[in-house]
Design a protein around this ligand. Sequence first.
Ligand SMILES: NC(=O)c1ccc[n+]([C@@H]2O[C@H](COP(=O)([O-])OP(=O)(O)OC[C@H]3O[C@@H](n4cnc5c(N)ncnc54)[C@H](O)[C@@H]3O)[C@@H](O)[C@H]2O)c1
Length: 251
Amino acid sequence: MSTQGRVALITGSGRGIGEVVAKKFAENGSKVVIIDVNPESIDRVVKEIRANGGEALGIDADITQKAQVEDMFKKTVDHFGRIDILVNNAGIAKDKSILKLTEEDWDSVINVNLKGTFLCCQSAVAYMREQKYGRIVNISSRAWLGWPGQANYSASKGGVVSLTRTLALELAKHRITVNCIAPGIIQTPLFDSLPENAKESLLKVQPTGTIGDPADIAYGVLFFASEDSGYVTGQVIFICGGKSIYSSLSV
Ligand SMILES: NC(=O)c1ccc[n+]([C@@H]2O[C@H](COP(=O)([O-])OP(=O)(O)OC[C@H]3O[C@@H](n4cnc5c(N)ncnc54)[C@H](O)[C@@H]3O)[C@@H](O)[C@H]2O)c1
């Protein structure tokens, strides 16, 4: 599975899944662009990749802001000459049951997870169409199938799946593939921030009885991003230890 020499931009790569995805790309000889809203974490990840002999550029950008998104792709192309791979990984969660969910909880989660993914796809495609080559990998969640207390998050991640399938059809003739990964519970700061009782109830319905590692997601991303997967588009891979098989209300 080759991504050697390709330029890969990964949103939300200052920590968690995005950081590990970026490091796996760098290990595979790709040039990586680290995007986050946290400048300290960008600096740390860029330094670590460079210390391991990789090529990395860090850009502080908020994916909900169209001007910042356009600017980050311009900087990427000015620096590396092209953009081959976009991984829409940045995401947030604000879990509450429906009557407790505020309008702000709804808007902020939809803005980062869905609108941010749309803005990044739109900006990247302008370059990828010119190149007649592109790989877009969107990070959804197993929760897009539904989960109590996650109306805003599930809706945003379901939107990501629909966006993936539609863009796959629109862009296939331009040699741009668009695919999606739906992770289950993965050991990251986002998972660590959940209340203990929420973590316990999630593990109770986990077929493997274990939490996934960010590297489990990175290998799926590398498959979709590879030059060899050009005939795969509009697909969703669940990387969730089998949890997608259950009815979502079995807790
Ligand atoms: N960890 C899990 O169990 C899990 C499960 C399913 C899906 N996911 C999805 O995987 C992705 C990564 O999750 P994670 O657990 O690594 O999260 P995380 O919170 O550990 O990391 C997310 C990163 O995104 C950055 N970010 C947030 N808003 C941003 C914005 N507007 N612009 C740019 N960067 C922004 C954050 O600063 C952070 O560095 C998310 O889309 C998440 O919904 C995670």
